[in-house]
Design a binder for this molecule. Structure first.
Ligand code: CA
Length: 229
């Protein structure tokens, strides 16, 4: 059983989500505006948050940013009626773990919820080191030469996947599957991946003498001191 916060101002949608989650054996709390969502989130212990981006009082994206800025690692699934890719990218950059575009099927939400809850409790090795890069998978932090890297949730996940496959190429398909749950509606997941790789390079490689993230043309990306395994 998981305790799930549903932050959604359309009461019909909020109710049907809460009912569906409870039918799956979960406990659901509903917040009807952003301020209430943030209040519940900052006080309560939730295993997962379903967050509508278009909320009154306080925008969903601000709730998300505030949650991440305060160190909350709770998986967050965002809902958006907005069709613009930049809004979705902004949500993912702000630390959302996954998203659904409205209208959605309840079965689809429940499948994403199951996947996120599964991933949240995954039993992975705690630390990985590649050259002077260290990644703590439990704390979800990364250091290079003892400098703590300031990474978004998605940037961390991309880097973690590269590190778990250090010396071996990670394809765009793998990144899509693992980091973005293979979201079928993202028409240009390639652009999203490129944006994240570019930002990771600025943070992980640019300040240091030896670059670790390499592009393998037509294949994907490799993490290591040299581009070829
Ligand atoms: Ca709304």
């Amino acid at each position: 059983m998981a305790h799930i916060l549903v932050a959604e101002d359309e009461s019909k949608i909020a109710l049907s989500l809460a009912k569906a989650l409870e039918a799956e054996g979960h406990l659901a709390s509903v917040a009807a505006d952003g301020r209430q969502a943030w209040q519940l989130l900052s006080e309560g212990e939730f295993d997962l948050v379903i967050l509508d981006l278009g909320l009154p009082e306080m925008d969903g994206i601000d709730v998300l940013r505030q949650a991440r800025a305060s160190g909350q690692a709770t998986p967050i699934l965002i809902l958006t009626a907005r069709d613009a890719l930049e809004d979705r990218v902004a949500g993912l950059d702000a630390g959302a773990d996954d998203y659904l575009v409205k209208p959605f099927a309840l079965a689809e939400v429940l499948a994403r919820v199951r996947a996120l809850l599964r991933r949240g409790s995954s039993d992975l090795p705690r630390r990985i080191s590649v050259e002077d890069l260290t990644i703590d998978l439990l704390q979800r932090r990364a250091w290079r030469s003892d400098d703590l890297l300031d990474l978004t949730t998605k940037e961390f996940e991309v880097l973690a996947l590269l590190a778990q496959n250090a010396g071996k190429p990670v394809t765009r398909e793998m990144l899509g599957k693992v980091v973005w749950n293979n979201i079928p509606r993202v028409t240009s997941l390639n652009n999203v991946i490129d944006v994240h790789i570019a930002r990771l390079r600025r943070k992980v490689d640019d300040p240091f003498a030896i670059p670790l993230i390499h592009t393998k043309r037509g294949v994907g990306f490799v993490l290591g001191a040299t581009p070829e395994p």
